[in-house]
Design a protein around this ligand. Structure first.
Ligand SMILES: CC(C)(COP(=O)(O)OP(=O)(O)OC[C@H]1O[C@@H](n2cnc3c(N)ncnc32)[C@H](O)[C@@H]1OP(=O)(O)O)[C@@H](O)C(=O)NCCC(=O)NCCS
Length: 81
């Protein structure tokens, strides 16, 4: 979305594999990739049912109203040296 802010889209784990930690692993990889590209802040327009998933991973709701609540997570970027 900008040099330091990226938007997460289309996060999904196959129904029969949900609840086994794959979503957490997927997001950990995504956060690492984003940090390596100097992204400082992630945003997501979440499905209502998925808000608890993001909160469990340290995301915070910044817009609760509407069909798709908006959540954000600040990332630690890689040291520059
Ligand atoms: C949301 C989704 C990606 C989560 O993936 P997952 O592999 O089932 O999640 P994990 O097993 O890695 O769970 C990670 C943590 O989130 C929690 N969690 C997962 N789904 C949750 C939900 N719907 N509500 C509340 N908490 C949830 C788990 O309890 C777990 O917490 P813990 O590690 O503290 O016990 C998956 O359920 C999915 O694909 N859902 C349908 C599509 C969807 O809604 N995508 C999001 C669009 S924004």
């Amino acid at each position: 979305m900008s040099e330091q802010t990226a938007c997460v889209r289309t996060v999904a784990i196959r129904a029969e594999r949900q609840g086994k930690g794959y979503g957490r692993m997927l997001m950990a990889g995504l956060e690492k990739f984003a940090s390596q590209h100097r992204v400082k802040r992630l945003l997501v327009n979440a499905a209502r049912d998925a808000v608890g998933f993001y909160e469990a991973l340290g995301w915070a709701v910044i817009e609760a109203g509407g069909e798709n609540p908006v959540l954000t997570k600040e990332l630690r970027t890689r040291p520059q040296w």
